[in-house]
Design a protein. Structure first.
Length: 438
């Protein structure tokens, strides 16, 4: 069924949107209140005066959410996107309240509103209220970071001797590293030596771990990337979270470069703190500081080789960082050609654009309640049909939309396995969805 679906609203009973507006947002904002109180506890002078104002404003946002108040227009803070948010709030006939608005819009508005609180201050204008959370979560992934660094070096060492089949399996595994990094849950990852990978047993194990990938276009992507007629080797990655996911993305980036599948990779980050854990430019520099810290990562063998290698890739320009205001608007990617023409054109010149994570996926499919059997190319609208942009979504399912399921029988099977459509929401299932943009 390919009829255009409507976006999910926070008033849609039984959806994750509904639950998020009532239960998750108040907790997220309370987290900001607490973390900011701690950061502000040692300041004085104008910083203290401003901190008190911000504190009051944050509490008021929580109050508005809980009491289902109308979304207020954003205060001007020097960045033009405020106008677009306000036009949507002011011109909608129905009137948006926190618990009765399009989920995607309401959630982007929340983070934009918080940003505007800090941006309008003098002493706090570059403050990241989520930094503490991002850093403390990264520390917890110590073992996985050390292990992945080791595993990466092992695989790269033998790359030259690897058979065609082994090369394909390395791609499958590396892609899954980047995929499951989004769940910060690597329990589904296979952990095999190159030897084992080369054996049928290894292949079976990797393929088993792919069972929870409900739409899996890995083979198609591999075919595309290894096609000798591919026009260029620039890849773009629209990043999602800082911390462990960012580490897996850097490993994936290094792999794509080292294997020759890419010659240059641009990583797209957010301009300011977004959806709690999304990566900003300063999260990339913090990542390197953390990775070099003996206190945080005492087992240095693999990291002492990998980290300078990663640094080198940035220094020689093989990896670059891109920023664009479009990523922190509420627009879905159906609007990219109109709202961010430069970005759209830049992606048309890229050989592959990889979108990481749940929010990017929601924006790709317009956060709409599609039938799960709808094709991915249909759900991503203009990007999927005429843009020519090659899109690859690596996403663990943490919201209401999921498309690309092969048929109704498979949907029924998943509904039995994870009743109440939990396979779309609980982060244990995922998609690797590809569109050739034609
Ligand atoms: O768990 C749901 C949620 O918080 C959504 O609000 C949002 O889409 C997503 O998670 C953020 O996840 P990700 O970092 O994968 O984009
Ligand atoms: Mg995120």
């Amino acid at each position: 069924d390919n009829t255009p679906a409507r976006g999910v609203w926070t008033s849609d009973d039984g959806t994750m949107a509904y639950d998020t507006a009532r239960n998750r947002w108040p907790k997220i904002v309370q987290g900001m209140v607490d973390d900011f109180a701690q950061a502000a506890s040692t300041c004085d002078g104008t910083a203290l005066v401003e901190a008190r104002e911000i504190q009051v404003a944050l509490k008021s946002i929580k109050h508005e959410i809980i009491n289902n108040k109308a979304l207020k227009p954003l205060q001007p803070d020097g960045v033009g996107d405020v106008v677009k948010f306000n036009v949507e709030i002011e011109q909608t006939e129905r009137g948006y309240t926190w618990q009765d608005c399009p989920w995607l819009f309401g959630e982007c508005y929340l983070y934009r509103r918080v940003q505007s609180l800090f941006a309008r201050s003098t002493d706090w204008n570059s403050f990241d209220v989520f930094k503490g959370q991002k850093d403390s979560t990264f520390v917890k992934s110590r073992a996985a970071v050390e292990e992945l660094a080791k595993r990466y070096l092992e695989m790269m060492q033998n790359l030259e001797q690897a058979s065609e089949e082994a090369l394909r399996l390395i791609f499958v595994e590396m892609t899954q590293v980047a995929l499951w990094g989004n769940a910060t849950d690597l329990s589904l990852l296979s952990n095999l030596s190159l030897d084992q990978v080369q054996k049928l047993q290894g292949r079976e194990a990797i393929e088993r771990s792919q069972r929870n990938i409900v739409d899996n276009d890995t083979e198609e992507v591999w075919g595309y990337l290894t096609d000798p007629h591919r026009s260029n080797r620039r890849i773009d990655i629209v990043l999602d979270n800082a911390g462990f996911e960012l580490f897996t993305d850097l490993v994936y980036t290094a792999y794509l470069l080292e294997s020759g599948l890419a010659s240059k990779i641009k990583l797209h980050v957010k301009d300011f703190p977004w959806f709690v854990s999304d990566a900003t430019p300063s999260d990339i520099s913090s990542m390197f500081e953390h990775l070099c810290s003996v206190d945080m990562f005492p087992n240095r063998q693999a990291l002492d080789i990998l980290v300078p290698k990663l640094r080198g890739l940035f220094e020689c320009g093989a990896i670059t960082i891109g920023q664009h205001g479009f990523w922190t608007t509420a627009a879905s990617f159906h609007e990219m050609e109109i709202d961010a023409t430069g970005l759209f054109k830049c992606f048309q010149g890229s050989s592959l654009v990889i979108f990481k994570g749940d929010l990017n996926y929601r924006k790709l499919v317009r956060d709409a309640l599609w039938q799960p059997t709808t094709g991915f190319k249909t759900a991503i609208g203009p990007l999927g049909q005429t843009s020519g942009i090659k899109v690859l979504a690596l996403r663990t399912n943490k919201a209401d939309s999921c498309v690309g399921i092969e048929n109704a029988a498979r949907v029924e099977e998943l509904d039995r396995e994870a009743p109440g459509r939990q396979w779309v929401r609980n982060g244990k299932y995922a998609v690797i969805s590809f569109s050739d943009g034609r």
